[in-house]
Design a protein around this ligand. Sequence first.
Ligand code: KG4
Ligand code: ZN
Length: 339
Amino acid sequence: MLVLGIETSCDETAAAVVKDGIEILSNEIASQSSLHAIYGGVVPELACRRHIDVIIPVIDKALKDAGVELKEIDLFAVTYGPGLVGALLIGLNAAKALAISQKKPFIGVNHIEAHLYAALFSHKGKIPLSFPCLGMVLSGGHTALVEIKEIGKYELISQTVDDAIGEAFDKTAKMVGLPYPGGPIIEKLAKAGDAKKFPFKAGSVKGLPLHFSFSGLKTAVLYAIQELTKNNSPLSQEQICDIAASFQYAAFTDVIKKALICSEEKKIRQIIFGGGVANSATLRSFFGALAPELDCFWPEATLSLDNAAMIAGLGYHKFREKKRVGDSLDLETMAALCW
Ligand code: KG4
Ligand code: ZN
């Protein structure tokens, strides 16, 4: 079964062709990060306009790379939430139009759930993975721990009560004068910094020990910068690297601590990761060093960030689960879709 996946929930326009939910034939991503870099974050109106400009060429390229013709596609899978409503609309309407023109079914996919599908592409068949397992989404829009009962069945365990972890990376980068997206550049600068220089700490939520909170950490970074620059002197490169290292250490040790408590409570060792922050090699090595008892499943680099292969892959399973009946064409975008 050939599935064309479409993803436009934020600032990536992506299309992919996936066979039988697991074999990626093409995975085309047009990133807009340079468009938003100077603003320190995604500007929704600009994102929508760029999606409109590039969606057809991106779909064409995905079909061409896969060596597949549009008429050969059996199912159109598309992100319908969560995300920026205007951005989601463009992908959703493209998928509906293709489904109507080709007289083929279409299915809406939850973007966050799809992030947790991404790691299965590389690991399926190689490493034994049994359900239930844990899933951790670490992205620019979400931070959550879930129990995955089986593919497509998730139970939310905890999530952030304020900022997502990736958002905290992006804001920290912005505060020290670095462009969007902040994660990769913070990771790079942190290598030259002292992680113990600033005693930053991520938040804990009263009565909810597994929930996340990053807004206090962000404010602590702001106060540290204000203190260092109070005489109108700009931050030195060394200070920026120390802030990056201390912030990153605080954010990552917090998610590792919570993953470990959760694993202990649920008696589940296997954990799948998804989302842009899971791309961090530093995070992966921290998990290896600080939580060796966890069996971690990471997506490949191109599949950690927003992509359409994960949408096509999960869409295939959702379609089978719904007894091969797709979604109705009146499916709406759901900007605040949860689990
Ligand atoms: O999953 P994603 O592509 O988009 C959302 O669904 O949000 O994640 C983007 C986020 C951004 O906040 C970016 O700064 C962060 O992932 N990110 C990283 C790294 N690479 C990307 N954060 C920390 N370290 C990285 N190496
Ligand atoms: Zn995402």
